[in-house]
Design a protein around this ligand. Structure first.
Ligand SMILES: C=C1C[C@]23C[C@@]1(O)CC[C@H]2[C@@]12CC[C@H](O)[C@@](C)(C(=O)O1)[C@H]2[C@@H]3C(=O)O
Ligand SMILES: O=C(O)CCC(=O)C(=O)O
Ligand SMILES: [Fe+2]
Length: 335
């Protein structure tokens, strides 16, 4: 792995580092320990032998390729992504842009059926592919969350997964396509010349957990410290797992919601699919009792997912949203 950090002249510098890889087929007690460590140190790990069938992934990927290959006028029929639908270059509603086009789908099987008609000429095939994929990744997300709870020594091991299993869970599936973009058309002495083209700018995912996979084109980077970027080698057979803001809040800051971004290749198309495992809108989120001790007082006040989502969507991609819910030194704790 290689780490990139800005130098005083605005260019990025690189150095090598290792990222955690977890094999879900290993002994459960070992897996849970490694997962907790990875979430504490990085908020991120690569998951192999995850059990999601190759054909489920291949069918979803095929649908994604077919959708993005269509002319813009047809893709736009999927509606502007507010919050579900097709978007191109504009990310969210607050002025963020990137070299990306995307399709955001509701992770609820009933709504998948409604949107398929405008997305694919073969709505049934599209709907089946999405439904199988979403069911498989939702089950995987729940399993991971239960392994994490075990590793944290939480007796009620479904404390996180129950939110994702709820019929009203607000989970999303996002398909991203990053068409190739040529290098900066600047002189080599211009600082931008050395820097990557950004497809999806720096952010944390607001939800509980993200399961991300991509084709074999590089682009995903995670940030370990402010301004230090680690490129993640692509691995189409693996899932990359990101801790989201909600899980950081529920673990009272023990797990880190990982800052990440996606850069763009100058010669190959990159495709990624991200499943965001979320709570229902009404769910109240806050540090779970097991993560709060006299030495670790609650860092965050409780909030509903609805409240957090509204705060997220009213801000820019790179804004630190969880800080708005952090207790300040003079606050009365426990409110
Ligand atoms: C600029 C924005 C896009 C985003 C909503 C937001 O206002 C801030 C968070 C963004 C993000 C990042 C992770 C996911 O891709 C996403 C769907 C989410 O839940 O939060 C996006 C939002 C989006 O693209 O609509
Ligand atoms: O495409 C990627 O690798 C990252 C996408 C991402 O971070 C997102 O969709 O939230
Ligand atoms: Fe993300």
């Amino acid at each position: 792995m290689v780490v990139a950090a800005p130098t005083p002249d605005g260019n990025e510098k690189t150095r090598a580092t290792e990222l955690p890889v977890i094999d879900l087929s290993d002994r459960r007690s070992e897996v849970s320990k490694l997962m907790v460590k990875a979430c504490e140190d990085f908020g991120f790990f690569k998951l192999i032998n995850h059990g999601v069938a190759d054909d489920i992934i291949a069918k979803m990927e095929e649908q994604s390729y077919q959708f993005f290959a269509k002319p813009s006028s047809e893709k736009e029929l999927a509606g502007p992504s507010k919050p579900y639908g097709y978007g191109c270059r504009n990310i969210g509603c607050n002025g963020d842009v990137g070299e990306v086009e995307y399709l955001i789908l509701d992770g609820n099987p009933a709504s998948i059926a409604r949107s398929s008609e405008t997305i694919s000429a073969d709505a049934i095939e599209f709907r089946c592919a999405v439904r199988s994929y979403v069911e498989a990744v939702r089950a995987l997300a729940c399993e991971i969350l239960e392994v994490m709870a075990e590793g944290l020594g939480v007796p009620h091991t479904s404390v996180f997964s129950a939110l994702v299993r709820d019929v009203d869970a607000d989970s999303l599936l996002r398909l991203n396509h990053y068409p190739p973009v040529p290098h900066w058309d600047t002189s080599p002495s211009d600082p931008r010349h050395q820097n990557p083209r950004i497809g999806f700018g720096e952010h944390t995912d607001p939800q509980i957990l993200t399961l991300l996979r991509s084709n074999d084109v590089r682009g995903l980077q995670i940030s370990l410290h402010d301004g230090v970027w680690v490129p993640v080698d692509p691995h189409p057979q693996a899932f990359f797992v990101n801790v989201g803001d909600v899980l950081q809040a529920m673990t009272n800051g023990r797990f880190l919601s990982v800052k990440h971004r996606a850069t763009v290749s100058w010669y190959r198309s990159r495709m990624s699919m991200a499943y965001f495992a979320s709570p229902p809108l009404r769910a109240r989120i806050g540090p779970i009792p097991e993560m709060v001790t006299p030495h670790n007082p609650p860092l965050y006040r409780s909030f509903t997912w609805d409240e957090y989502k509204k705060a997220t969507y009213s801000r820019r991609l790179g804004d630190g949203r969880l800080n708005m819910f952090r207790f300040q030194p003079n606050d009365e704790l426990g409110k």
